[in-house]
Design a protein around this ligand. Structure first.
Ligand SMILES: Cc1ncc(COP(=O)(O)O)c(C=O)c1O
Length: 434
């Protein structure tokens, strides 16, 4: 090209959750059946959308108005419904004008960071859901700035680390919280959230809270939302239906702007996001129309409770299967539908193996593990794929220097779930003992 084409930040866009699929497909092509544990898509893991929910959507499809554009910020009745829901929490109060719809929360995530000055940074958790950390790093043309989630303390945020990083880095303008968390399955305690709000207040920062899993909690856990603890601090809550209904293919999520009036710059960020959506015209309309109809249906709460109970049961089963392995840090989960398993320091090395039966896959694996500067957890993950046919995601690809991997708690088929985690258990024991 006549001029350089890409900005430096472009190289920060990585998404191993889908990247690992390419590798798994190669293993599969040689006849190895694959148990997919890489992506948080309940539908892919055999979750059935109930017939009454499908009927609600069919009804909408028979109405002519469904086929037009919506208001650029989203369907007003749906935004009013959602604003009232938030206001009933008795925390921060909003109107429907504070709600903006996107084509999935992924769309909201990439837009939010895009319009912030590259030199102004948002600190996020590590490990992190990589859509956030990649988009933030791409906007800054620099690697992400992170605070630690601590596997030795239930994956709770290390608040001293967060405080010190913010204190000594004046470029930080905001804090990202993911609650319940992807990839750890942790639910932030209220006291932790309040401390994070205090830190934001002390340093004049705004907050972003990704709450896409807000209604997916189990085993006696409940989420405190940002709306309930934020007080007068400016903030953005991010919500969606991909996981909750679940309807990831709808590409529908929304942001709620809290305390817009508290800061002129923050208000301009909200306005800019609204303008960006206006230029695009609007977001997907059908799922927006469906939201109040589905959430107000009396069958909805019991449907969600039953799914949550099943995830909670699988979380317990995972604890039974992996909780006693000495070489890993294992934390039972309470929200979302993931678990991140971390190898203890010094456990992994470059000589460990698992037995691979298929000769062609042995050759492929050899090529993968001989790449220069391969992370130790990627090496384990490639072995697990080639030897046991289980596809998980290395935790080093979640913006973390820990060594481990993420699994999901989504498999609805009990036999398949037990088989998957039996193979993972055997894989860990064989690899670390080799
Ligand atoms: C924490 C978190 N935020 C956002 C998203 C993206 O959701 P959507 O399907 O609405 O783009 C995901 C998807 O896995 C997620 O885990």
């Amino acid at each position: 090209m006549r001029q350089r084409l890409l900005r430096i930040g472009a190289s920060e866009l990585k998404y191993e959750i889908r990247g690992i699929v390419e590798k798994a497909e190669k293993i599969k092509a040689n006849g190895q059946e694959i148990l997919w544990e890489n992506i948080g898509d309940p539908i892919q893991k055999n979750c059935q959308v109930p017939e009454w929910m499908k009927d609600t959507i069919k009804d909408l499809l028979s109405q002519n108005d469904t086929y037009g554009y919506s208001h650029s910020k989203g369907v007003p009745e749906t935004r009013k419904f959602l604003a009232e829901k938030t206001n009933r929490l008795n925390g921060v109060q909003i109107t429907f004008e504070d709600i903006l719809f996107f084509n999935g929360l992924g769309d909201a995530i990439s837009k939010i960071y895009d319009y912030i000055l590259p030199t102004s940074r948002i600190i996020g958790p590590s490990p992190a859901y990589s859509t956030h950390s990649s988009a933030e790093a791409a906007h800054a043309n620099h690697e992400p700035i992170t605070y630690k989630l601590d596997p030795k303390n239930n994956w709770y945020p290390d608040l001293d680390d967060l405080y010190n990083k913010i204190k000594y880095n004046p470029s930080i303008v905001g804090i990202l919280i993911i609650n319940p968390d992807n990839p750890t399955g942790m639910v932030y305690p209220e006291t932790t959230l309040k401390k994070i709000v205090e830190i934001a207040q002390e340093f004049d920062l705004f907050l972003i809270s990704d709450e896409i899993y807000q209604n997916i909690t189990y085993n006696n856990s409940k989420v405190k939302t940002l709306a309930e603890v934020i007080g007068k601090v400016p903030g953005i809550a991010m919500k969606g239906i991909s996981k909750e209904f679940p309807w990831p293919g709808a590409r529908c999520g929304w942001t709620e702007f809290y305390n817009r009036g508290a800061d002129a710059d923050f208000n301009m960020l909200c306005q800019t996001l609204e303008n960006a959506k206006m230029i695009e015209v609007c977001s997907t309309k059908l799922p927006q129309l469906a939201i109040p109809r589905i959430m107000l249906d009396e069958r909805y709460p019991e449907f969600r409770i039953s799914l949550n109970n099943k995830i909670g049961k699988r979380s317990d089963e995972l604890t039974n299967l992996l909780g006693d392995i000495d070489e890993i840090y294992f934390n039972p989960t309470y929200g979302a539908f993931y678990n991140t398993i971390v190898f203890k320091e010094g456990v992994l090395n470059n000589h460990q193996t698992m037995e691979v039966q298929n000769e062609q896959n042995k050759l492929i694996l050899d090529e993968w593990i001989n790449q220069p500067s391969l992370e130790a957890d990627s090496r384990f993950v490639y072995y697990l794929l080639a030897a046991k046919g289980v596809c998980v995601v290395p935790i080093s690809s979640f913006c973390s220097d820990l060594q481990g991997f993420r699994v999901t708690l989504l498999e609805e088929d009990e036999v398949l779930f037990a088989e998957t985690f039996k193979r993972i258990r055997e894989g860990i024991i064989e690899y670390v003992g080799s």
